[in-house]
Design a protein around this ligand. Structure first.
Ligand code: HAM
Length: 418
């Protein structure tokens, strides 16, 4: 049989990398906890219509990137390509809005998009993100961006990233803008691709997402959505800018930033990093004031962001957080095994990282392994020590060793760390 390998665009997280993942996950828990956000975990697959209704039929995600299949019962199911829709579904289903006027949620987990794999772009990838429901005020937007900023700072990325910010206006503004944009495109409409021509009728704002160079040229000089802002839209964006300045979070306004999902209204933003190459978006988000209602809930404003964890790890390139072995326990001879297991257990209960060799190898082989593991100490238990009720305590860094009573080991280690 030919060798079975992982599916293109999916990756194993191997032991050599998992510490970095745990480190990042811990930062997410810590930072979100500091802002009093609570974790929510939703299923990996949902009904397809959840995503087509929220993310939007005309988006790249829904039109070509979803893993969708028909369940035996005939329902169309999809592996989640993003998490905001799932969180909103859960918020409505469990009536979370009735529990508190503001719901602050965060999440982490795998997502699935059938994109062309490249550096920083996978078919199964991971995000962490936050969503806040209940406030349409700009201070909520500022808090969400502050969480992102704290995350980036905790990962030492805040010096290299840049924040692009825009408002795509309220729904009134966007419907005016749709007409203005169509008027601009109409004279050259036939020079656009088939997809864009279709979007001209269904969702003209999506045309601004185009990756085609000739379309980008055709769009040069197109009116921006800011020309259609209402007075409230303007005031909202201005307040947000003031709050960000007060928190010393640097940003630039990018009037062309629209983001690739349909549910946004008003604030949209992205943090990019130059070290990521072509896939430079580390984190993106925005406000989605109409989404809860679209999915059948009471009208409730919301805003959030999600970050690509693989991209964070590439940008962090963190080698520092490697966990160390404290003690390598060498047991020589079968007679000592029970004592050895009981002593190692005791040390682990005192929170020491203890490695035990289950191969019954020679002293030399085990000590070689102990050095390889980076252990600071070795404990050696042979037949002589068993008879005397002692163990050899070896400081691998200093090369010194002494005999100590087995019943004094725990004490000795407790004193070492004090
Ligand atoms: P998104 O911009 O589609 O937004 O994804 C957010 C982040 O996920 C991106 O900035 C990128 O870092 C990462 N990402 C996306 N696709 C891939 C991929 N194929 N491989 C690796 N990383 C990827 C959302 O998903 C929205 N739900 C964000 C949001 C939350 N808006 C409001 N609340």
């Amino acid at each position: 049989m030919s060798q079975i390998r992982s599916i293109k665009g999916t990756h194993d997280i191997l032991p050599s990398d998992s510490r970095q993942w745990q480190h990042l996950e811990q930062i997410v828990h810590d930072v979100c906890g500091r802002f009093r956000y609570e974790e929510i975990r939703t299923p990996l697959f949902e009904e397809t219509r959840l995503f087509s209704r929220s993310v939007g039929e005309d988006t790249d995600i829904v039109s070509k990137e979803m893993y969708t299949w028909e369940d035996r019962g005939g329902t169309s199911l999809t592996l989640r390509p993003e998490l905001t829709a799932s969180v909103v579904r859960s918020y409505i289903q469990h009536n979370l809005g009735s529990q508190a006027p503001v719901q602050r949620l965060y999440y982490m987990g795998p997502l699935f998009r059938r994109e062309r794999p490249q550096k920083g772009r996978q078919r199964q990838f991971h995000q962490f993100g936050v969503e806040a429901f209940g406030s349409e005020n700009p201070e909520q937007d500022a808090e969400i961006i502050a969480i992102a900023w704290h995350m980036l700072s905790a990962c030492d990325l805040n010096q290299t990233v840049s924040l692009q910010l825009n408002s795509i206006g309220s729904s009134k503004c966007r419907s005016d803008y749709r007409n203005v944009l169509k008027d601009f495109i109409r004279p050259n409409r036939d020079q656009f691709s088939e997809t864009s021509q279709k979007r001209f009728d269904t969702n003209p704002l999506r045309i601004l997402d185009t990756k085609l160079e000739h379309e980008q040229t055709l769009l040069e000089g197109a009116p921006t959505v800011s020309e259609c802002y209402t007075a409230e839209d303007k005031a909202h964006l201005e307040s947000l800018q003031n709050f960000l300045t007060a928190m010393e979070i640097p940003f630039t306004i990018d009037p062309r930033l629209v983001r690739g999902l349909d549910y946004y209204s008003r604030t949209v933003f992205e943090f990019t990093s130059p070290v990521l190459g072509a896939q430079d978006a580390l984190l993106g988000g925005g406000r989605y004031d109409g989404l809860v209602e679209t999915l059948g809930g009471k009208p409730t404003p919301g805003i959030g962001f999600a970050a690509g964890m693989e991209r964070f790890l590439i940008a962090m390139d963190d080698q520092s957080n490697v966990s160390k072995t404290d003690v390598y326990f060498v047991c020589l001879g079968e007679a000592g095994l029970s004592t050895a297991l009981s002593l190692t257990n005791e040390l682990r209960q005192s929170r020491f990282n203890v490695m035990f060799d289950p191969l019954r190898r020679s002293l030399k082989a085990q000590l070689r392994e102990a050095n390889k593991s980076g252990a600071r100490f070795a404990l050696i238990l042979g037949d002589t020590e068993m008879e005397k009720g002692t163990v050899v305590f070896k400081d691998l860094e200093k090369g010194e060793q002494k005999n100590i009573l087995q019943k004094k080991i725990k004490n000795l280690f407790d004193n070492l760390t004090n």
